[in-house]
Write a protein that binds this ligand. Structure first.
Ligand SMILES: *[C@@H]1O[C@H](CO)[C@@H](O)[C@H](O)[C@H]1NC(C)=O
Ligand SMILES: *[C@@H]1O[C@H](CO)[C@@H](O)[C@H](O)[C@H]1NC(C)=O
Ligand SMILES: *[C@@H]1O[C@H](CO)[C@@H](O)[C@H](O)[C@H]1NC(C)=O
Ligand SMILES: *[C@@H]1O[C@H](CO)[C@@H](O)[C@H](O)[C@H]1NC(C)=O
Ligand SMILES: *[C@@H]1O[C@H](CO)[C@@H](O)[C@H](O)[C@H]1NC(C)=O
Ligand SMILES: *[C@@H]1O[C@H](CO)[C@@H](O)[C@H](O)[C@H]1NC(C)=O
Ligand SMILES: *[C@@H]1O[C@H](CO)[C@@H](O)[C@H](O)[C@H]1NC(C)=O
Ligand SMILES: *[C@@H]1O[C@H](CO)[C@@H](O)[C@H](O)[C@H]1NC(C)=O
Ligand SMILES: *[C@@H]1O[C@H](CO)[C@@H](O)[C@H](O)[C@H]1NC(C)=O
Length: 870
């Protein structure tokens, strides 16, 4: 024990020593403040100090509140986002710092806080005479950026004898100001500022003069990107805790497929020199984006990025280069033009020359450019274009490249303002499909930080999380009460989530701009006629979102399912538009078709095809319906799998369902399986790079991908996992969770894992299937199900593979059925199989070591023992 702890301690100090050694810069001042809390909290990497018991805070008299978000999104890091300081009156933070330039980093989590509604946050932030934010509508900005949290980084110089003040001022009488986290960090004085007398000022485009970033300006870091690579986390920076966002081609204009070559020092062996070493981490220079090797193509193309920025400001761009290409060895080997905002910045960019022929020596080039005020649009594009020096045949390579880029906005001279206008409200949140981009933006800040809270706070957070989960859990449970099953002759049990907001919400009346050819817009009168004025006897489903009615439209001939959203659900309001958007664009045999919607008089109503046979679950258990044959179950599985496969790959964007379960698989009169309820869907990753979408844990207990709810990684493989649970629900005819069961059997997924490993799968198969499944098919089916339930999401098959394998399983079933006639006789099979089985029919304790192979020797026709009652 002691030896171990000594080893650990040694290791710890060694690591500590190493990390200190690696940090190029040690900040003199460093404050990391978690607002609205007391004591010290730990985010897994750094400690944050609560602001409540510090002397930094003043103002916000009487009304300053320390509180937690009413509904903390589990995808949002706990530190510093769990708690906030909110106030309807001004409050200030004052930091005693040394003179010199400082990073000021602000962390916001716009959420509903007790008695502080999300949309009422509107405020200004000032610091030492500079305006960082003005009339900042936090929820509006987060929605426009499609992020949960907002991160802003500024650079401000503190003069001798000054203290650093951050002042938060609500912009209207009925609005409030808030902040979740503040970080103040010293930086080297020559990192971004240049002095007025310094001849090394920045090239000011469109002018012959040099531009100095004088200390009388403040800066806002707008973009900081590692080209062609993955992000560099704040901890891996040079001690300055900057986040270098990964390059996900978000801003790159693709001209030809070759235009994304990423020559890189892949093995990390190249010697890179950065001077001074705090300018950027060496890692930055190991990857680059270049044009590729096709010289013919490069002569007619160029490398272009477009960065949305506020107009009317001067911007400073720092381009990071490092020549590592083994083929480039002398001046003139790789030369290109650089244009910024369509103005020539370099007509002979030659990195070899800049680095004085030293391969691996990093060089930076700084430019300043004024983006003139454009009153016609809120954001304009700042373009960066690189063009190979095509006309000069002396260049060996007709190519251009870039390793890293930083873009800063400079405060307006005079007004000292950095704030831009609020973005336009996002009318229909998913209209332009702003895929929630996984790790895209520099603005999502430290979302990669693992939130771990130390000491007392951890307990509090844990408890509140548990409470949150319990709340979610009980809400789910109420939806799936047996009463629902009895009532629902048809489908459409769905949930729109909890939450509430006032009925006076303006969004409820805004007319949706949906294509009418895809989606019919019903009048409220038509809906009332169809449902006999929402007659209770027509209710076929009940959920947290409201009721589902069976109705008849078109003169009473066409039955439809009418989902009437409770008007008091904000979550619902979003999901309402979400679902219309999604469904109206998706058409597939195995998806429930949306016929139309009604958005009149605060009503939010969806009209679907009526599914005569209701939910799959009500044909499996807890109902009076006759059992479904195995072959039919296989066909239903295949249909549902095809529907999911279409969702994942059929559209322009991957759509992750997020709530695959047997109550969301509906059956029409011909037993065709249809996936329903896209209210919880999100647009998935748009490229391979964006391999997952971090988002709120939704979905139903018992079906949740463990990777999803542990690490908030959402991929289409999360649906595959849930589908695996569905497969075993079909096989075993039991709910995914039975709370009254023995510990081991509560969760179906865990239980089948256990049974599969111990070779006792046969004992948990639906008794009505006894003797009806061929061993080959059973074996295959279990194998498919188990592969869907694999812990490691990447090991799970795609839905396409699942479809293929299930079709094969069906073939295995049919081939035997055809041989043996419609029904397979239990006895025939038993005698056949007992030959290969080592255990006797009476002995039910099969213990297979290699479950995959030995499952073949499974005896499906033995009695199911009741030793482990389900
Ligand atoms: C920041 O300051 C704390 C003490 O206030 C210190 O423990 C920590 O090491 C400092 N961090 C850095 C990066 O200098
Ligand atoms: C906050 O700081 C500003 C600027 O220094 C000052 O004018 C204001 O009175 C301060 N407000 C409070 C509540 O301390
Ligand atoms: C913020 O923007 C939202 C969405 O446009 C709007 O509903 C809300 O009223 C705004 N909040 C304030 C305080 O202006
Ligand atoms: C996004 O982050 C995940 C892990 O956090 C990583 O696997 C993936 O490669 C990242 N994508 C990019 C383009 O940085
Ligand atoms: C820092 O970089 C190392 C090596 O690239 C990596 O293993 C580590 O996970 C990174 N740390 C963080 C906090 O991202
Ligand atoms: C990097 O530098 C080390 C020592 O300075 C040297 O041994 C090594 O060969 C160099 N590697 C490359 C790829 O130049
Ligand atoms: C370069 O691109 C051109 C145009 O696409 C193509 O015709 C040519 O075959 C390519 N050359 C090479 C070497 O790939
Ligand atoms: C850059 O490429 C685009 C598209 O290929 C082209 O329209 C534009 O003229 C090019 N610019 C220059 C300066 O060659
Ligand atoms: C900026 O460029 C992108 C990519 O070309 C384009 O989609 C967007 O509309 C442009 N924005 C403006 C304001 O021109």
């Amino acid at each position: 024990m002691t030896f171990l702890s000594i080893t650990f301690l040694t290791l710890f100090f060694l690591l500590l020593f190493l990390s200190i050694e690696l940090q190029a810069y040690t900040p003199e001042d460093n404050f990391t403040i978690s607002c609205g809390t007391t004591g010290i909290v730990f985010d897994g990497q750094r400690t944050w100090t609560g602001d409540a018991d510090t002397k930094y805070l003043s103002g916000g008299q009487g009304s300053t509140v320390l509180t937690q978000a009413a509904t903390q999104d589990p995808s949002v890091n706990q530190v510093p986002y769990t708690t906030a300081r909110l106030s309807p009156s001004q409050f200030n933070y004052s930091f005693p710092v040394s003179a010199g330039p400082k990073f000021v980093r602000l962390f916001f989590y716009p959420a509903d806080y007790p008695s502080f509604p999300r949309t009422h946050a509107s405020f200004s932030v000032q610091s030492n005479g500079f305006t960082f934010l003005k009339g900042f509508n936090a929820s509006l900005n987060a929605d426009a950026e499609a992020t949960k949290t907002i991160f802003r980084e500024y650079v401000v110089n503190v003069n001798d004898g000054e203290i650093l003040i951050l002042s938060f001022t609500p912009s209207q009488p009925n609005s409030y100001a808030f902040i979740n986290g503040i970080e103040i960090l010293s930086m080297p004085s020559d990192l971004y500022y240049t002095s007025a007398t310094d001849s090394t000022g920045f090239k000011f485009l469109g002018s012959t003069t040099l531009y100095s970033v004088e200390t009388r300006f403040a800066l806002q870091a707008e973009y900081r990107i590692k080209m062609g690579g993955q992000e560099i986390s704040p901890l891996n920076d040079t001690g300055l805790f900057r986040k270098w966002a990964g390059d996900e081609e978000d801003y790159l204009i693709k001209q030809n497929p070759q235009n994304n070559d990423l020559p890189a020092d892949t093995d990390g062996k190249m010697n890179i020199t950065v001077n001074p070493d705090y300018v950027a981490p060496k890692e930055l220079y190991r990857t680059a984006r270049s044009m590729g090797t096709n010289a013919t193509l490069n002569k007619i193309s160029n490398l272009t990025w477009e960065f949305p920025v506020d107009s009317g400001f001067t911007y400073v761009l720092r381009l990071h280069f490092c020549e590592l290409d083994p083929n480039i060895n002398k001046d003139g080997d790789r030369v290109f033009f650089i244009y910024i905002a369509s103005q020539l910045a370099e007509n002979h960019a030659d990195v070899m020359q800049w680095s004085h022929h030293q391969k691996g020596l990093a060089v930076q080039r700084n430019y300043a450019v004024l983006i003139p005020k454009d009153n016609t649009q809120k954001k304009v594009n700042l373009s960066l274009r690189m063009d190979p020096y095509a006309t000069n045949d002396k260049t060996t390579y007709s190519d251009a490249f870039l390793n890293g880029l930083e873009i800063f906005k400079i405060s307006e001279a005079g007004s000292n303002n950095l704030a831009g206008p609020n973005p336009d409200p996002v009318q229909t949140p998913h209209n332009n499909i702003p895929a929630p981009k996984g790790n895209r933006s520099s603005k999502s800040g430290t979302t990669s930080i693992i939130g771990i809270v130390a000491g007392v706070v951890s307990g509090v957070v844990l408890i509140s999380l548990i409470i949150l989960f319990l709340i979610v859990f009980f809400r789910r449970k109420t939806i799936t009460t047996p009463k629902d099953y009895n009532k629902s002759k048809s489908s459409a049990t769905s949930k729109w989530g909890p939450l509430s907001f006032t009925t006076t919400k303006s969004t409820t009346t805004t007319k949706s701009s949906l294509p009418s050819e895809l989606c019919r817009n019903f009048s409220l009168a038509e809906i009332e006629a169809a449902t006999n004025n929402f007659d209770d006897v027509l209710i076929i489903g009940v959920g947290g979102f409201g009721h589902v009615y069976k109705g008849y439209i078109d003169g009473g001939f066409t039955p439809v399912a009418i989902k009437r959203l409770k008007p008091d659900s904000q979550q619902g309001a979003n999901e309402f538009t979400n679902e219309i958007e999604m469904l109206s664009q998706l058409r597939h045999l195995h998806l429930v078709s949306l016929i139309g919607y009604c958005n009149e008089n605060y009503e939010m109503i969806l009209v679907y095809d009526f599914m005569a046979r209701g939910t799959l679950r009500q044909h499996l258990y807890n109902s009076d319906n006759p059992p479904v044959s195995w072959k039919q179950r296989l066909q239903i599985c295949i249909g549902a799998a095809r529907g999911l496969h279409y969702l994942h790959t059929g559209g322009k964007h991957t759509i992750i369902h997020r709530d695959v379960k047997t109550t969301n698989i509906l059956l029409d009169d011909k037993w065709v399986a249809k996936i329903s309820d896209f209210g919880l869907s999100r647009i998935g990753p748009t490229s391979i790079d964006k391999s997952h979408v971090s988002t709120v844990v939704k979905g139903s207990f018992g079906y949740l991908d463990p990777e999803y709810y542990k690490r908030y990684r959402l991929t289409e493989k999360s649906d595959v996992y849930s589908f695996g649970v569905v497969l075993f629900e079909m096989l075993c005819a039991r709910p995914p969770l039975i709370h009254t069961a023995e510990m081991q059997q509560v969760s179906l997924a865990n239980w089948v894992r256990h049974c599969y490993q111990s070779g006792t799968m046969t004992q948990i198969v639906d008794p009505t299937l006894k003797g009806r499944i061929t061993p080959e098919c059973f074996n295959k089916f279990c194998e498919i199900g188990m592969s869907c339930l694999l812990e490691d999401a990447t090991q799970r098959p795609s839905m396409n593979d699942v479809v293929g394998m299930l079709e094969f399983a069906l073939q295995l079933q049919e081939s035997v059925e055809n041989e043996k006639g419609e029904e397979i006789s239990c006895d025939t099979f038993t005698s056949e199989l007992s030959v290969t089985t080592t255990s006797t029919i009476e002995d039910h304790s099969y213990h297979y070591k290699d479950s995959y192979n030995t499952l073949l020797s499974w005896n499906p026709f033995s009695e199911i023992t009741d030793q482990n009652p389900r």
